[in-house]
Ligand binder design. Structure first.
Ligand SMILES: Nc1ncnc2c1ncn2[C@@H]1O[C@H](COP(=O)(O)OP(=O)(O)OP(=O)(O)O)[C@@H](O)[C@H]1O
Length: 961
């Protein structure tokens, strides 16, 4: 009876309603787990918790010889099929490895006829297959011919595959799965369940029977299922839609498998039904010209069946009895004997065997059932088909075409016995079907065809595919492992393990020394790297060591260095003036005579000492005013560190009484390091980066030194430690320079413009004078050495040398200028003394000659013009140098103060009139410089000239003050 299309539609696609009617989570089995699917690993001995090997099984692949007991038994394949003639299967004969059946979908106006059980006719041509199901066939019929043998073979240990092939709408899905509603109904012969549900219904039924009816066997089964989809060439997990683009893996350890594919263990037909519903609901569907709910992807449901069979036969009982003393202690055997006598020995032995199954082994089988529903190809695409559907149709055509090509190759190889390479890897589908097509599997193909005339070409294509597939030569094997196989396997494992151990030991012996050395060195290197990155300050004191690292110097660093040198030069200038003017070995800047810091720049063996202990307790004292005399602190140079000697600057606590000076010193130090370290150097010092260039290296060294100074100032107990840094290169080559550097380091230059405030720190340069004539070349060499030594490398020093040469050249010029000015100052000083004496004498004598004191001003006025130069110092240095006052005046010290004041006023007045603006500016500048120097000079050499006199002189010399 031919069913109408309306009936078909009733039982048609169920995918749209499953999610609404069935809560899928509830349908899932409780005992599920995820694991890798192994498609060709079933032949490996199953790992059963009840089985214990004498040696633990190894996972490495093992190659077996032809006579290996593990090689599965190959059934004789005697069928010789041709494209047009399929030999009739004899009743009772084993199922062929490749079975091709044709099912004709019910339709009106069909041109296809079933002319016999295995032959169909299209037009005038007949095609013969293993079986043909016409439109009147039922789902049960198909199952009996295709499904039932598959279940039997699977339980026997064969890999089995069922593939539905055909054009869209030809009834593949209907045949494979059946309508959705039927899947959740109780299975019946007349039901509409597809082949797959029937297979699992049958499978679990047989398993149950097998376990119940075999008294002399203990059989355990374990089934796990997976469900995947191949859509657009990519594998997705239908049981976990989030798993997409899964990869096929093929390695020695796991065999051929789909990575991360969900596997769920099933123990009943219901479990499988739930999985089927879930997976089919996730399948991609679309509309085609023949099917409004066409499957747009290939799907593959896989069930792996593992079974362990332990025979409890009479013979085996005897064996087991012999083994019992080994398995159980004597008291247990007595109990077993008593128990067996009361019941039955068979039952007792069965229980014992079950109990001791870990020490006994029967047989094990592993088989795989692969159920594949291919997407239906369609020659005609819908006019209104979207791009996506067109793309899907393209891929389906392509993939089915690749499968057809694969079948052709395999069939050809069987016919010609030519070993042509089989294109399994041409697509995901062919890769997945590698075992089913031409491999270790029994294959059944259902060619679904539509009998309508419009589908003739697709029908013919499908039939041709079936005929070619029938020619394929599969080699199905019973995947079974026996106890003897396990013994052989255990022996092989043991041998391989021994070989591995020998190989490892020999390898270890040969490489042990080197390996230990290299690993140790690696560890050391790692520790060093870690130390460097964690605390670079540990590295800084070692910068005098040789280093082979390449140094990168950027322009900014050089500029910074140049600025530093300029600052140093300017400070040299001032100090040099002082030094030249004083002309003594020792410079003494007195700070109220209470605290003196001695800076020695003498021999290398001597240390430069700065006492700063008293400053430590005052560092946090906010009342200490910020020193204003550090208007232009001089950047301290990088300490020179030589390989053999280091000039060190030690900080001792010899004068704890003067805290103010120490505080000033420490504050100045802070000012110095804040003001003269470039930001990037500061950050570099703060961070743990490696010093990139020599400039930073030097600055870092300085920073380190300053940090040590701080530390010693803050920690009285630690002040006597020997941590120090060297100023040797400065002390040796340029004594005044050394002082200046130390001065800059300590930030103790006298305050400018505040002569009332004594300098906070005193320095004593013990042995400078003898080296005052050191050449600039020596300085240059010293600095060069400093750079090289400080960085441990001479790389990149050339650029710095150029800058240094420029700086030194400038320093030379400045030095000569300083000398000139110092000479002028000295001369001026001498003249000043004369002026103070002679001018006063003249004024007093003029007063003495005057009769009326009130007319003094009138009398002085006439002589102003003429006698100006006689009484007042000239406005230029040259004139000053040649200026002579009248020596015939008699001083009157009683009126000296008043008279000098008057003279000053007159002098100022006259200078305002006579001096030009430019000359005045020049004098102001010069006066500024001289005032600084004289101020210091006044403090340093109080006996040479009265500071009051100097001030009064300067006041009259500077009209603006
Ligand atoms: N033997 C049959 N008896 C009754 N109805 C059938 C039979 N074969 C197919 N049908 C109906 O025909 C329609 C299409 O069938 P089905 O979806 O199984 O085709 P298909 O080959 O899977 O198509 P596609 O490849 O596009 O998914 C469905 O409604 C189905 O119920």
């Amino acid at each position: 009876m031919v069913k109408s299309n309306s009936e078909f539609s009733e039982n048609s696609r169920f995918f749209g309603t499953i999610s609404a009617s069935v809560p899928l989570k509830n349908l899932l089995p409780k005992s599920t787990r995820r694991s890798k699917v192994r498609l060709d690993g079933e032949n490996i001995a199953p790992i059963n918790s009840n089985i214990q090997f004498r040696d633990p099984p190894i996972s490495a692949s093992i190659s077996f010889s032809k006579n290996s007991p593990l090689k599965p038994k190959v059934r004789d394949l005697k069928e010789d099929l041709t494209a047009t003639v399929v030999p009739q299967q004899l009743p009772g004969a084993p199922d062929p490895p490749v079975k091709v059946v044709v099912r004709i979908r019910p339709a009106n106006g069909t041109v296809i006829r079933k002319i016999s059980e295995d032959t169909i006719s299209i037009g005038e041509r007949n095609y013969r297959f293993d079986s043909v199901f016409d439109s009147n066939s039922t789902q049960g019929d198909v199952y009996e011919l295709v499904g039932a043998p598959l279940v039997k073979d699977a339980l026997s240990g064969y890999n089995t595959s069922l593939v539905a092939y055909g054009q869209t709408g030809s009834g593949k899905s209907y045949t494979m799965w059946g309508p959705f509603n039927s899947m959740v109904e109780a299975p019946s012969v007349s039901g509409l369940q597809g082949v797959v549900p029937r297979i699992f219904q049958d499978l679990f039924s047989k398993i149950q029977k097998d376990q119940e009816n075999n008294d002399d066997k203990l059989i355990n089964y374990q089934c796990r299922c997976s469900f995947l989809e191949v859509y657009d060439g990519k594998i997705s997990d239908l049981l976990d839609p989030t798993q997409r683009k899964l990869e096929l893996k093929d390695d020695a350890k796991n065999g051929f498998y789909v990575e991360n594919l969900t596997e769920e263990y099933v123990t009943s037909y219901e479990d499988v039904t739930q999985i089927l519903i879930k997976g089919l609901s996730n399948r991609k569907i679309g509309a085609t010209s023949k099917n409004s709910k066409s499957s747009r992807s290939h799907i593959m449901f896989t069930c792996i069946i593992e079974s362990w069979c332990k025979v409890v036969s009479a013979n085996f009982n005897f064996k087991l009895c012999l083994k019992l003393p080994l398995l159980f202690p004597l008291k247990h055997l007595v109990f077993i004997h008593y128990f067996a006598s009361q019941f039955s020995y068979s039952l007792v032995l069965k229980m014992i065997y079950q109990e001791s199954s870990s020490k006994c082994f029967g047989t094990s089988k592993t088989s795989r059932i692969s159920l594949v529903d291919l997407a239906g190809f369609d020659r005609n695409t819908l006019d209104d088909a979207s791009k996506q559907h067109a793309k899907e149709g393209k891929y389906i055509k392509k993939s089915t075409s690749q499968l057809g090509h694969l079948v052709n190759i395999i069939a050809k190889g069987r016919q010609s016995d030519k070993a042509e390479e089989v294109p399994y890897r041409s697509s995901c589908l062919t890769h997945l079907l590698r075992e089913s097509f031409g491999g270790n599997a029994k294959l059944s193909i259902i060619c679904a065809i539509s009998p309508d005339e419009k589908s003739n070409s697709e029908t013919l294509s499908t039939l041709r595919f079936g005929l070619r597939a029938k020619l394929m030569k599969n080699e199905p094997l019973v995947n079974e492992i026996t106890e003897d196989d396990v013994d052989g396997l255990s022996d092989q494992i043991r041998q391989l393990k021994e070989e591995l151990m020998r190989a490892k030991s020999s390898e270890c012996n040969s490489l042990s020394i080197n390996h230990g050395y290299f690993s140790g060195r690696k560890v050391r290197e790692s520790v060093n790297q870690l130390r460097i990155s964690l605390n670079r300050s540990l590295i800084l004191p070692r910068i005098d060591r040789d280093s082979e690292e390449d140094l990168c110097i950027n322009e900014d660093d050089v500029k910074q260095l140049r600025l530093q040198i300029d600052n140093i030069s300017s400070s040299h200038e001032e100090i040099f003036k002082e030094d030249s003017q004083i002309g003594e070995n020792t410079l003494i800047y007195s700070a109220e005579g209470t605290c003196e810091h001695y800076l020695s720049c003498s021999d290398e063996s001597e240390n430069e000492v700065i006492n700063s202990d008293e400053s430590q307790t005052e560092l946090s004292n906010n009342e200490c005013h910020q020193s204003t005399l550090l208007q232009d602190p001089v950047l301290s140079e990088s300490p020179k560190i030589k390989n053999s000697h280091r000039k060190s600057l030690a900080f001792l606590s010899n004068h704890p009484s003067n805290q103010d000076d120490a505080v000033e010193t420490s504050k100045n130090l802070d000012v110095l390091r804040q003001s003269h370290q470039p930001d990037h150097i500061k950050s570099s010092l703060r961070s743990s980066r490696i010093i990139p260039g020599p400039t930073e290296s030097i600055a870092a060294s300085l920073h380190r030194g300053l940090h040590i100074i701080d530390y010693h100032q803050k920690n009285p107990t630690a002040t006597r430690s020997s941590v120090s840094f060297s100023f040797e290169h400065l002390a040796l080559k340029q004594p005044c320079l050394s002082i200046d550097k130390a001065n800059a380091s300590a930030q103790t230059s006298p305050e400018e413009g505040k002569s009332s405030d004594p300098p906070p720190v005193s320095f004593v340069c013990m042995k400078c004078q003898g080296r005052g004539n050191a050449t600039s070349n020596e300085v240059e060499d010293s600095l060069k050495t400093c750079m090289v030594v400080a960085d441990g490398s001479s790389h990149g020093a050339k650029d710095i040398e150029k800058d240094l040469a420029l700086a030194i050249q400038r320093e030379k010029e400045l030095s000569s200028l300083c000398k000139e000015q110092a000479a002028q100052i000295e001369h001026l000083n001498q003249l000043l003394e004369k002026y103070n004496c002679e001018t006063h004498q003249n004024v007093i004598s003029s007063y003495r000659n005057s009769s009326n004191f009130s007319d003094r001003e009138n009398q002085l006025q006439p002589i102003y013009e003429d006698e100006h130069e006689k009484y007042y110092p000239p406005n230029s240095e040259n004139k000053l140098l040649t200026w002579k006052s009248d020596e015939n005046h008699e001083p009157e010290f009683i009126k000296e103060k008043c008279e000098i004041k008057e003279v000053q006023e007159n002098s100022n007045h006259s200078m305002q009139k006579s001096f030009s603006f430019e000359g005045r500016e020049a004098l102001l500048r010069e006066n500024e410089i001289l005032r600084n120097k004289l101020h210091s000079y006044n403090d340093a050499a109080p006996t040479r000239i009265s500071s009051d006199k100097l001030r009064s002189y300067l006041c009259c010399y500077n009209p603006s003050s």
